[in-house]
Write a protein that binds this ligand. Structure first.
Ligand SMILES: [Zn+2]
Length: 151
């Protein structure tokens, strides 16, 4: 019984840490959803789409079998499945060097940012999902300030 205590304490501490992060984030996302119409932190706050914007809509299209629409919403919508598979292989190889997994993660981030740069150059701000959010918090603040100075 006593040997269970340290493990339980670690679990409790990490649960507290996760809750301390997840609860404020959840409240912010709920607020963002209500006021700006988006749950993406960057899109709701600043008004710009992020490298992941369009992923959930792409998955929705893929779920309905609309593959071309899914690619249009996010060309890398299939990539998280590959990442999950690579992560599973990495877990099975536990104990051996996993430097290649770190390289894979860095390369994945680079790939997402490269695709983001191309999408921003080609699609922003006229094609969904790479559009400007005129209901974002920053846009509303700027509009409010502009109205204040016009008086
Ligand atoms: Zn986003």
């Amino acid at each position: 019984m006593g040997s269970n205590q340290p493990g339980r304490r670690v679990w409790y501490r990490s649960a507290k840490g996760i809750a301390g992060f997840a609860i404020p984030l959840g409240l912010y996302l709920a607020l963002a959803w209500g006021y700006t119409g988006g749950i993406c932190v960057l899109y709701a706050s600043v008004g710009l789409p992020c490298p992941g914007c369009g992923l959930s809509r792409a998955w929705g299209c893929a779920w309905r079998g609309q593959w071309l629409e899914a690619l249009a919403m996010h060309p890398l919508f299939w990539y998280p499945v590959l990442m999950l598979a690579v992560w599973a292989v990495q877990r099975l190889r536990r104990g051996r060097s996993n430097r290649w997994f770190t390289v894979f993660l860095i390369a994945s981030c680079a790939l997402f940012f490269a695709v983001y740069a191309v999408r921003m150059a080609a699609l922003f701000p006229h094609t969904i999902p790479m559009v400007w959010n005129r209901k974002s918090f920053l846009w509303r603040i700027c509009r409010g300030l502009a109205a204040l100075f016009r008086r």
